[in-house]
Design a binder for this molecule. Structure first.
Ligand SMILES: [Zn+2]
Length: 280
């Protein structure tokens, strides 16, 4: 990609600044359909107050709040996080697609207040790099006194929103199939199984016994690296924590469908769990 660009547009004919921005992937293009919807929807609120500076440029950590139809009790707060690895735009597109879906089928989010963060690593997304432009894997920096501004903003959200559930969307270039990583509340395992089944309608599952170096059973990994995006360490009770990992290099449409189907399944499953718990 970079080579192609330098052939088509010799650096000599471009100002350094315009070359820099010309080669970047556009966050505005990604979010444009959501901005349109948010402008006229009573359900979606766009919030672009979370900002940080890098090399004199101002960046936003985009956040969208989707408030589903009321269903009696206080809304269940869920956080959906995508593209903390900038070279995994599939998750960002799926987050956008999921919000578009909910706009038309809001009942899927009845009783929920969803905080959706489609681009957790804006500079990495622009550069198509796993790391941020400051060279950090942001998904190894949580709750360890990180000085990375994106991590600080996301940690503030994780503290202030006090989520009942946290869902992260990732893409794995070492896997040929969809899988999940679970943590947090024990009920999480009851949410992941149907979520994977839902995703399986669109993409194959990763059935290996070892995934990304961790033991796996039925496409579920129960261990992960230190410093990944998660609830604040001392929070009790723990929210459910699910990472959905799609295989790299599949059809963009099927990948989005798999993510959206898994997200639908988790919302439906958790609502059922809450209703059950309230009747105990
Ligand atoms: Zn990732």
């Amino acid at each position: 990609m970079r080579n192609a660009l330098s052939v088509e547009r010799p650096a000599a004919v471009l100002e350094a600044g315009s070359l820099k921005t010309a080669s970047r992937r556009s966050i505005a293009d990604l979010l444009a359909p959501l901005e349109q919807v948010a402008a006229k929807s009573p359900n979606i609120v766009a919030n672009h107050d979370a900002r940080f500076e890098l090399d004199g440029e101002s960046y936003v950590l985009p956040r969208y709040l989707f408030v589903g139809p009321k269903s009696g009790d206080a809304p269940i707060r869920i956080g959906i996080f995508a593209a903390i690895h900038g070279d995994e735009p599939e998750g960002a597109h799926a987050a956008v697609r999921f919000l578009q879906f909910l706009e038309n089928y809001a009942d899927w989010a009845a009783g929920y207040c969803l905080s959706v963060y489609p681009v957790c690593n804006p500079t990495g997304f622009e550069d198509n790099t796993r790391h941020s432009r400051r060279g950090k894997d942001l998904n190894r920096e949580f709750w360890s006194k990180s000085g990375e501004p994106e991590v600080g903003l996301l940690q503030a959200e994780l503290v202030s929103r006090s989520f009942h559930g946290i869902i992260s969307l990732h893409v794995d270039d070492t896997s040929d199939g969809f899988y999940g990583i679970v943590g947090g509340a024990t009920l999480t395992k009851h949410l992941i199984e149907p979520a994977l089944k839902a995703a399986d309608a669109y993409l194959p599952l990763d059935k290996r016994a070892l995934i990304d170096g961790f033991p796996a059973r039925q496409s579920v990994v129960r261990d992960t690296f230190p410093g990944v995006l998660s609830a604040p360490p001392l929070v009790r009770p723990r929210p459910f924590e699910i990472v959905l990992e799609a295989p790299k290099g599949q059809s963009a449409f099927l990948t989005e469908c798999a993510f959206v189907a898994a997200l639908q399944s988790i919302l439906a499953g958790y609502r059922k769990f809450i209703a059950y718990a309230q009747n105990l």
